[in-house]
Design a protein around this ligand. Structure first.
Ligand SMILES: C[S@@+](CC[C@H](N)C(=O)[O-])C[C@H]1O[C@@H](n2cnc3c(N)ncnc32)[C@H](O)[C@@H]1O
Length: 204
């Protein structure tokens, strides 16, 4: 499995945002939508062995987490607008204090915070922090079930980084420049794909 966790520091936590205003009123939801695309969408195919956690931290009702599961997701298309609509439908649900509910096949919403997501995933895989000053990913031996953690247009906050570092993650960079989160995701996906094709990694 490949897991991705991305923090939407200002991302909307209610479903009142307009699909035409993802970068503005929805608190840079456009970034998160593109990350969903990078997690799953290939040419005429979807990655089944990926899962992404969008930690939404903007607005009065924060935090909330929307999870997309590649093995069961339906109605996921390459365009940003329809993916944003899947997120908005999740945010229109009444979310219980505990647990997760499904808003459409393979899309789930909960009140999990960043810390809750990290605690949950700690049992499922190995953390890999994507950071500009990390080790070069080309030299890196990817663990099984990597859990990639990255920021949106802002880096992780100090508190988020502290929480993640408590898990003893590997820290890697994907190249010499600071890139958009969704592009970083594609680069690690490609790195894993290449190693897998060469039989060097079982981190699918
Ligand atoms: C747009 S960047 C965040 C802001 C950016 N650090 C800056 O100073 O402008 C989004 C996230 O992508 C990841 N990232 C960006 N460039 C990277 C790189 N070269 N290697 C690894 N991760 C990177 C980091 O997790 C970062 O928080």
């Amino acid at each position: 499995m490949r897991y991705f966790v991305i923090t939407g520091h200002k991302a909307a936590t209610d479903g009142s945002f307009k699909l035409d205003d993802l970068a503005g009123g929805a608190g840079r939801m456009d970034i998160l939508v593109r990350c969903v695309n990078s997690a799953f969408v290939m040419s005429h195919n979807l990655r089944k062995d990926a899962e992404i956690y969008l930690v939404l931290e903007g607005g009065e009702d924060a935090p909330k987490t929307v999870r997309f599961q590649g093995s069961t997701v339906k109605y996921l298309n390459p365009d940003e607008r329809s993916t944003a609509s899947l997120i908005r439908n999740a945010l229109l649900k009444k979310v219980p204090k505990e647990g997760e509910i499904s808003s459409s096949p393979g899309v789930f919403i909960s009140r999990m915070s960043f810390d809750d997501v990290i605690d949950k995933l700690a049992k499922l895989g190995n953390f890999v922090y994507l950071k500009e000053d990390g080790e070069d990913c080309r030299e890196f031996q990817f663990p099984e079930n990597p859990i990639f953690v990255l920021g949106d247009n802002q880096d992780l906050t100090e508190a988020e980084e502290k929480k993640l570092l408590e898990q003893g993650p590997s820290t890697i960079n994907v190249g010499p420049y600071s890139l958009h989160a969704d592009h970083c995701m594609i680069l690690v996906q490609n790195e894993l794909d290449r190693r897998q094709a060469a039989g060097e990694s079982n981190a699918l």
